[in-house]
Design a protein around this ligand. Structure first.
Ligand code: GLN
Length: 312
């Protein structure tokens, strides 16, 4: 349960949200047609502390599709199921400096650059345990639910919309299949990836999911261990360098916390040993990151000295 509005941390989140409410740059994503139907004014901001307490302001319980914010969590599940060496043998850990849907793969090998961009995420979802695509989809849905601490569902309309228009991801998957990084039936594996992107979450869920990473893999609300501490650490490290795509360097410079964005307008942030944050606001800047989400994280980091590289 969220704390009451009288709580100081809730009041603070309210102030940040009210200050940024009128920032109206950017547009919701439209390349997945179903995503453009969203109300652009929705704006929620949640924080989950490592004692399991959730604080929030605004539209914190409105469901939206998780999109690329699924990527760190599915990477975590692949690490849990296969271990780091086997996962790194199939997907790199270097920032690409390119857009989330870039067609460019590692020169020479065609290996995907990292698990936070589409190419890498299509491969990591194929590495999750399960003998069939259905089994892998179930493992992913159950795994995301364990991070969120409650059962989750899939938005079938967004899934169908993305599957119908996902030719760029399809092209990437075929390139990686040709180079040997993606095995099995390509169309079926794409289905697993599109389903993972279509899982419905709320801002509160994002805060709890990121608090689980920040707490070394234990969900602070349920008390359940989801992944090993070293795997949570690996995920946060890759989020820190690659989570905001080709805005990752600027993000580390200004906000200084591992984060992941998605084209639904979601941003999740984890401050190791401290808390998780979830922000949701659909209008995006040109790199596919939420405009108000970025602004809210800048403000929180500045005002409270949250930057990881801060010495004093
Ligand atoms: N499902 C989206 C895609 O594959 C995810 C991209 C994103 O959130 N950046 O294009």
């Amino acid at each position: 349960e969220q704390r009451s509005p009288a709580d100081p941390l809730t009041a603070l989140l309210d102030r940040v949200r009210v200050r940024l409410r009128d920032l109206d740059d950017g547009e919701p994503a439209s390349y997945i047609p179903e995503l453009s139907r969203v109300d652009p004014d929705l704006f929620g901001l949640s924080l989950c502390a490592l004692d399991g307490q959730v604080y929030g302001s605004g539209d914190t319980r409105v469901p939206f599709t998780v999109q690329s914010v699924s990527k760190p969590f599915v990477f975590a599940l692949a690490l849990a199921d296969r271990g780091l060496p086997e996962v790194l043998a199939r997907v790199g850990a270097e920032p690409s400096g390119e857009a989330f849907n870039s067609i460019r793969l590692e020169p020479g090998t065609g290996r995907p650059p990292n698990p936070m961009v589409n190419a890498g995420a299509i491969v990591t979802s194929s590495l999750v345990a399960g003998d069939t695509p259905e089994a892998r989809s179930t493992r992913i849905l159950d795994g995301l639910a364990a991070f969120a601490g409650r059962p989750l569902d899939i938005d079938e309309a967004v899934y169908a919309s993305e599957r119908a228009t996902g030719d760029r991801n399809r092209a990437l998957a075929y390139l990686m299949h040709n180079a040997g990084w993606l095995t099995g039936d390509v169309e079926e594996q794409l289905g697993v990836y599109f389903r993972q992107c279509s899982v419905l979450v709320t801002c509160d869920d994002l805060a709890v999911m990121h608090a689980t990473l920040a707490g070394g893999g234990v969900n602070p609300v349920t008390g359940r261990r989801v992944v090993a501490p070293r795997h949570a650490q690996h995920v946060l490290a890759v989020m820190a360098t690659c989570g905001m795509y080709d805005a990752s360097g600027q993000w580390m410079l200004k906000v200084g916390m591992p984060a992941k964005s998605g084209v639904s307008g979601a941003i999740g942030v984890a401050l190791p040993g401290q808390f998780g944050i979830g922000v949701f606001s659909p209008p995006l800047e040109e790199k596919g990151n939420s405009v108000r989400g970025i602004a809210a994280c800048h403000l929180l980091s500045d005002q409270f000295g949250l930057h990881l590289m801060r010495a004093v």
